[in-house]
Design a binder for this molecule. Sequence first.
Ligand SMILES: CC(=O)N[C@H]1[C@@H](OP(=O)(O)OP(=O)(O)OC[C@H]2O[C@@H](n3ccc(=O)[nH]c3=O)[C@H](O)[C@@H]2O)O[C@H](CO)[C@@H](O)[C@@H]1O[C@H](C)C(=O)N[C@@H](C)C(=O)N[C@H](CCC(=O)N[C@@H](CCC[C@@H](N)C(=O)O)C(=O)O)C(=O)O
Ligand code: ATP
Ligand SMILES: C[C@@H](N)C(=O)N[C@H](C)C(=O)O
Length: 467
Amino acid sequence: MIIRTLGEIAEMCGGSLVHNQDSNIEIQGVITDSRQIAPGCLFVPLTGERFDGHVFAAQALEQGAAGVLWERRHGQAPQGAVIEVDDTLIALQQMSQVYLRNVGCRVVGITGSNGKTTTKDMLYSLLSTTYNVHKTGGNFNNHIGLPLTILSMKPDTDIIVLEMGMSGRQEISTLSAIACPDVAVITNIGEAHLLQLGSREEIARAKVEIISGLKSGGLFIYNGDEPLIPRVLSEPNTVKPQSFQTFTFGLNDTNDNYPIGMMSHSRGTIFTTHQNPDQGLDLPLLGQHNVVNCLAALAVASHFGINEEGIRSGLANLNLTSMRIEQLTAPSGLTILNDAYNASPTSMKAAIDVLQGLKGYRNKIAVLGDMLELGPQEEEFHAGIGEYVASDKVDILCTFGMLSEKTSEAARAHRPDMKVSSFTDKKELIEYLIQHLGPKDIVLVKGSRGMKLEEVVDALTEANLHN
Ligand SMILES: CC(=O)N[C@H]1[C@@H](OP(=O)(O)OP(=O)(O)OC[C@H]2O[C@@H](n3ccc(=O)[nH]c3=O)[C@H](O)[C@@H]2O)O[C@H](CO)[C@@H](O)[C@@H]1O[C@H](C)C(=O)N[C@@H](C)C(=O)N[C@H](CCC(=O)N[C@@H](CCC[C@@H](N)C(=O)O)C(=O)O)C(=O)O
Ligand SMILES: Nc1ncnc2c1ncn2[C@@H]1O[C@H](COP(=O)(O)OP(=O)(O)OP(=O)(O)O)[C@@H](O)[C@H]1O
Ligand SMILES: C[C@@H](N)C(=O)N[C@H](C)C(=O)O
């Protein structure tokens, strides 16, 4: 984490010390939540939907913060080590940008509609075999999370892997300007946040903003199966460096790298690639979509010179953030595919493909929740998932949420013999599942973040099943 004096921090964020404070006070780390104050930290109050962090500044100092930022428009600052700024969020971002330059590490930025967190985790594991690597924790991928990620890295970091999220235009360009990546990755263009962007073309434009801050001569790695990306690249308004390299990955053999052989097994996939046809790699994650994510991570790892031993070791020791097609076995024996972190049509279909591809279970059950932020076509998207899940070997469908009623209706219409139930009450859904699932079944649980379907996963994990 960042360690600087109060005076240095003031200089980094364009602020000024008040109350003639001792500029040599040492700051260790930056916190934006007074509920998480660590001794010696700098507390940065931010204004959010529910609170204005400034009301907690004095309390933060009492709790052990070594200093606080304070926006001038908030009037009299509390007594103690205070740095006055015009805007605390901008100050946080400026501080992180200067610290990143001070550390001098190389920077990888990863964006895309799906797979950012997964690809980040894979890449972290591959690069860590050779370098001191820092990565985005969890899903801290926005205008606050990215600066906090940078400020939490150690000064001896060689490479930082930054996840860049968005739900609107100019959000990724802000993150790219802070990070100035050496390598920029786009995993895919799906439908996430269509509500705010309006079209997949606009989603692609928002994602391609990641190269607006790409260093000159940097490397842009993207999913070559997606035609929107090169189309946006060629648009006159697209901001990009004078010169940069490109590398494409994907399933099609028109890419720079693509799989030439894939064999699924119970815990993952063994695959070979066009670039390394004799090197069978064992990815301990389910789903073809994760092989595609791995191709992106391999492209970055190759750029940084990770050898075959490092690749194999990195994949073997992969530690994936939870709730991304996470395979669990409950004490009852029930197998759960916990994919409850988020959902959009592309990721929903990818998860259903995984469920349909697995064998050796009595029943395959899909518990599918609403997909949020999809805009005016949301009902059509849910109906499309209904048809998709009814198209093949899923035995029971349970939907959760109002939008998912469309999923159920379409599934019933597409396959009248399929067992379909729809719920809007989570307790009733859980009761139904406990009554109908048994130890030899497998259940996929997936829905948008707002549906909080991890609560279903937790209930099923603890349940005694006797069917
Ligand atoms: C602003 C903030 O950090 N809020 C966090 C806070 O929320 P809470 O509701 O409690 O308070 P406010 O936001 O109103 O508070 C304002 C500040 O006051 C602080 N504070 C509050 C109470 C208190 O007693 N003391 C305080 O000091 C507070 O800390 C605020 O600084 O707490 C919640 C619970 O811990 C946090 O969840 C909340 O964090 C918000 C959501 C946030 O943005 N956090 C980032 C660090 C982050 O990266 N979060 C990610 C999710 C990012 C994300 O959704 N990404 C999108 C894509 C980008 C979309 C973009 N448009 C956007 O807006 O995010 C994606 O699809 O991936 C994460 O949490 O995983
Ligand atoms: N390449 C992909 N194609 C389709 N679905 C994917 C892909 N990669 C991951 N997923 C699925 O998308 C969901 C989110 O995965 P992950 O968290 O890695 O993506 P993300 O881009 O970080 O998501 P978010 O924007 O919601 O934070 C999970 O259900 C995961 O299984
Ligand atoms: C939190 C936001 N970035 C997000 O992921 N929204 C999804 C669609 C949700 O809230 O469920």
